[in-house]
Design a protein. Structure first.
Length: 232
């Protein structure tokens, strides 16, 4: 697969590997349900609901985009397949869950307990997807199976793996991040180098980069342990 010709954003370097990566407390956490996609829709909605027919009801799309981890590594030219978040919101959430007209934020929840939050306006961008395939194959456990969020304009910690819940809110007052608050920027836009809530983005390049290798090692070992436990 040919790499994209796009330039890397400020402070990023190109990785040859698309790592399983994240906050280290989540290295040993895995999704409970892999054989069925079920989304919980809650929050400021008239009809909270569980829904499982998203991928059969919406048109499939493909896109090729780059992934940018907040710790400064990037992987280029990932080919995702799934459904657009905007289609999911317009044709399922608005039609069936009946959200308030002034929804401003969405708290995104994963099967492993991870959560983050993004403005609804950012999630409605054309390149934001709910993806169940990567490079022509079903998502693997390493990269978010059964479904993950793909939001290329935002750092990886907003691209939730194992996504299972959407809490639609007028504001983000009830939101509590999975990590330290200072680490979680409300938007985490790559182009603006919004790496953390406070402080200049360039400073966090030097704070985060030494963490890459030990974090990769921890997640790789956790994956091996998980696979061994399943093969017994």
């Amino acid at each position: 697969m040919m790499k994209s010709e796009s330039k890397l954003p400020p402070g990023q370097y190109e990785s040859e590997t698309f790592y399983r990566f994240g906050l280290t407390p989540f290295a040993n956490r895995f999704p409970r349900q892999l054989d069925q996609v079920v989304f919980e829709i809650t929050g400021d909605v008239a009809q909270p609901m569980s829904i499982s027919e998203v991928f059969s009801k919406l048109p499939r799309v493909e896109q090729t985009s780059d992934f940018h981890c907040v710790t400064t590594w990037s992987f280029k030219s990932l080919r995702w397949s799934g459904v657009r978040f905007s289609e999911f919101y317009d044709k399922i959430v608005k039609a069936k869950a009946l959200p308030a007209e002034d929804i401003g934020f969405v708290i995104l929840r994963a099967q492993d307990g991870y959560r983050t939050c993004l403005p609804l306006a950012d999630l409605l961008a054309e390149d934001v997807m709910l993806a169940d395939q990567l490079n022509g194959s079903p998502l693997t456990l390493e990269h978010g199976a059964p479904v993950r969020l793909v939001a290329p304009a935002h750092y990886g910690y907003k691209n939730v793996k194992y996504i299972c819940g959407f809490e639609f809110r007028r504001d983000n007052k009830l939101y509590r991040p999975s990590g330290f608050r200072f680490m979680d920027h409300p938007r985490a836009r790559v182009a603006m180098e919004e790496r953390a809530k406070f402080g200049p983005g360039w400073l966090f390049r030097f704070l985060y980069r030494p963490l890459v290798k030990p974090t990769v090692k921890k997640f790789q070992q956790a994956m091996r342990n998980y696979q061994e436990s399943k093969s017994r």
